[in-house]
Write a protein that binds this ligand. Structure first.
Ligand SMILES: *Cc1c(COP(=O)(O)O)cnc(C)c1O
Length: 566
């Protein structure tokens, strides 16, 4: 349609025709038009997706890109034309389904989730109240009970809310912590010095939450971590004592429930016991909140009741050993007062789908914006009114249904299968590294808890390669620089499709005893299509890229460019 056709929408027939192509008829009879548009959108997106792990930018130089124009057209653009532009918008984006895409923690979303999201969204239920959402909100209640059960909470006491990302789950936990430490904070504002204790490898969203909540990032105290990224609990206790000895309130203790790097999980039995000890010793009139940041780790709770001895899914001995270590730690999450889940990370859901789960659902009533004392009714769906204590007003109930239906479609066994597959292929990757690129490239996280493989890269013939001394700060920094430069070069250098692969970089695979971050390439795949032979291919391509880079280093243009950023 052009500008003229916009004017001709004055014609009632034309309006009707236009409307029927865009909106569901009251009897739902034109849903095929939607299906047809989905078909077109998919055809457009997929037919230009190229062969590499990143959506191509090249190949349509004859057409004008709509990207960056920023004008709302006067007249409507025909649906086919609008959808025909998807290739431009996708240019440069990751392709999570590509077998050599192994970046960050990104799962392919399940078809069941996407189908439910689409169907339920047509009805526009809003999770703010039961009045408009009806039983779609029951998906939130069911999912919360299921998550509570997975962790070992009492599902009749617990409560859970969907929210916007793991970031928001941490925000909720800290806010509940503030409400415990200083109950009148919502009216008076928070007292200076109120603190949160976390750890070095914790996700930066902990600090952001402190900034947004008015605690201040200086009052976020990070405890030291051990080389496997778990929290040094002595250091954590010292940090808590320091806060309390100064007479400040301790709102929340944030333990690791699967660090972003290495999936390290703390022992929450010990953290909760430490909290109880300090509460008694300092005669606190409140109990500091203990939160487990499990936004990645929660998915592995599905293994808590998997019989590792029978091992019906046939996992290999190293994977069984890894799961056993994980399970031992994850069993302690039930001693935390709350934990978070990111379904869009390890739950095979599209963005954005997360949940904050409280062991005691009544803790949410501390957040009531009406100051009411009534407890949230997590068990009576007719009286359930989450909008009174959620941060958000509008919340997509379609996402709640899609996430829950999607999780049910996988089941615990499906989750174990998918996560187990990721762990198996990570082991395959390690084998190929040892066989083909050692000692130029080494997997430095021997004691990982999850599928993370961290690759430390060394210049050719560098003495650090055979046995890096992580106590030697200047050498660590030199290798950090080399690995960073290699990563930058690999990301910017345009390799042909057949040589491409997509991995990320971690700025701290772990911290050395002197607190020096250790940079590494990070390979992480949740793709069920990723296989042993893809793992091998990825290593072959990495080695090829590295050889090219080494031929130029240290004169590679990017390595100089990076100098300022450092
Ligand atoms: C990703 C992550 C977060 C942030 O979650 P978002 O869903 O990206 O907001 C918080 N904590 C940990 C440990 C994470 O890995």
């Amino acid at each position: 349609m052009t500008t003229e056709s916009a004017e001709s929408t004055e014609d009632p027939d034309h309006f009707r025709h236009w409307r029927n192509g865009l909106f569901l008829r009251p009897d739902g009879g034109n849903a095929d038009a939607l299906v047809e548009l989905i078909r077109r959108a998919l055809a457009e997106a997929l037919s230009h997706q190229g062969a590499g792990p990143v959506y191509p930018r090249r190949g349509h130089a004859d057409e004008r890109s709509p990207v960056g124009e920023g004008h709302l057209p006067e007249g409507p653009v025909a649906p086919e034309t609008a959808l025909g532009q998807l290739r431009w918008w996708l240019a440069g984006a990751v392709k999570v389904h590509h077998p050599l895409f192994a970046k960050n923690i990104v799962p392919p979303p399940s078809f069941v989730n996407l189908a439910a999201l689409c169907a339920v969204s047509l009805f526009m239920p809003n999770g703010v109240t039961g009045e408009d959402a009806g039983d779609t909100l029951s998906a939130e209640l069911s999912c919360a009970r299921a998550m509570a059960r997975l962790a070992g909470y009492d599902p009749d006491r617990a409560g859970g809310l969907f929210t916007f990302g793991g970031t928001a789950t941490n925000l909720y936990a800290i806010n509940v912590g503030i409400s415990k430490a200083q109950p009148d904070h919502a009216e008076r504002g928070i007292e200076p010095g109120i603190s949160v204790v976390g750890s070095w490898p914790a996700h930066y969203s902990h600090k952001s939450a402190c900034a947004w909540l008015g605690i201040g990032t200086q009052n976020y105290v990070a405890a030291a971590s051990l080389p496997d990224q778990t929290t040094d609990l002595d250091s954590m206790e010292a940090a808590c004592r320091d806060v309390l000895a100064r007479g400040h309130r301790l709102a929340c203790i944030m333990g690791a429930g699967g660090t972003t790097s290495n999936m390290a999980v703390d022992d929450f039995t010990e953290i909760a016991a430490m909290r109880d000890r300090l509460t008694a010793e300092y005669r606190l009139d409140y109990t500091p909140h203990v939160h487990a940041d499990t936004v990645i780790g929660w998915a592995y709770l599905c293994f808590l009741d998997y019989d590792l001895r029978r091992n019906s899914l046939g996992f290999s001995p190293p994977v069984v050993a890894k799961i056993a270590r994980l399970v031992e730690r994850l069993r302690t999450v039930r001693h935390a007062d709350s934990f978070g889940t990111d379904f869009h990370k390890t739950g095979f859901a599209p963005y954005t789908s997360s949940m904050i789960v409280m062991r005691d659902g009544r803790d949410f009533s501390r957040l009531r914006r009406d100051g009411g004392l009534m407890t949230p009714l997590f068990h009576d769906k007719d009286a359930y009114n989450p909008g009174v204590f959620t941060l958000e007003t509008s919340r997509s109930a379609a996402n709640m249904v899609a996430t829950w239906v999607g999780m049910r479609a996988l089941g615990k066994q499906g989750m174990r299968r998918l996560l187990g597959h990721a762990l198996e292929t990570a082991e395959a990757l390690r084998r190929h590294i040892d066989a083909q690129v050692a000692p130029d490239v080494t997997a430095i996280n021997r004691h990982s808890y999850g599928p993370d493989v961290f690759l430390r890269c060394y210049p050719p013939d560098d003495p650090a390669a055979s046995d890096e001394d992580f106590g030697d700060t200047s050498s660590v920094r030199r290798m950090n620089r080399y690995t960073s430069d290699l990563f930058t070069w690999l990301s910017r250098h345009h390799a042909p499709d057949a040589e491409q692969f997509a991995v990320s970089k971690t700025s701290a695979a772990f911290y050395t005893p002197t607190g020096e971050p250790v940079v590494a390439l990070r390979v992480y795949s949740l793709n069920p299509y990723f296989s042993d032979s893809h793992a091998e291919e990825l290593i072959v391509r990495l080695l090829k890229g590295k050889r090219r880079f080494d031929a130029m280093y240290p004169d590679a243009p990017d390595s100089n460019m990076n100098e300022e950023a450092r």
